[in-house]
Design a protein around this ligand. Structure first.
Ligand SMILES: [Ca+2]
Ligand SMILES: [Ca+2]
Length: 84
């Protein structure tokens, strides 16, 4: 609202639309602190061991999550980059 210096003062008002834009301020967080999977010793090569899930509270595109294994722990295992 705007007010002039008159007596009595005249006023005017207008509608202000504020549009919030998301910024990338959230990091991906796993839904579990620890995942534990068991693998039968006679499992076929390529058998699914388990699935992990992480979420990011931002809006797209800042909430995209990609998965990869650390090099030290990846021997013999693969992870789907999109599905965990
Ligand atoms: Ca994010
Ligand atoms: Ca955000």
């Amino acid at each position: 609202m705007a007010v002039d210096g008159g007596d009595p003062a005249n006023t005017g008002s207008t509608l202000v639309v504020v549009q919030l834009e998301d910024v990338d301020d959230n990091r991906a967080v796993f839904t579990e602190r620890t995942y534990q999977f068991s693998v039968p010793e006679n499992s076929a090569v390529g058998a699914l061991v388990g699935t992990v899930t992480a979420v990011d509270d931002d809006l797209a595109p800042f909430n995209a999550v990609y998965y990869h294994l650390l090099q030290d722990s990846s021997r013999g295992f693969n992870i789907d980059p999109h599905n965990g």
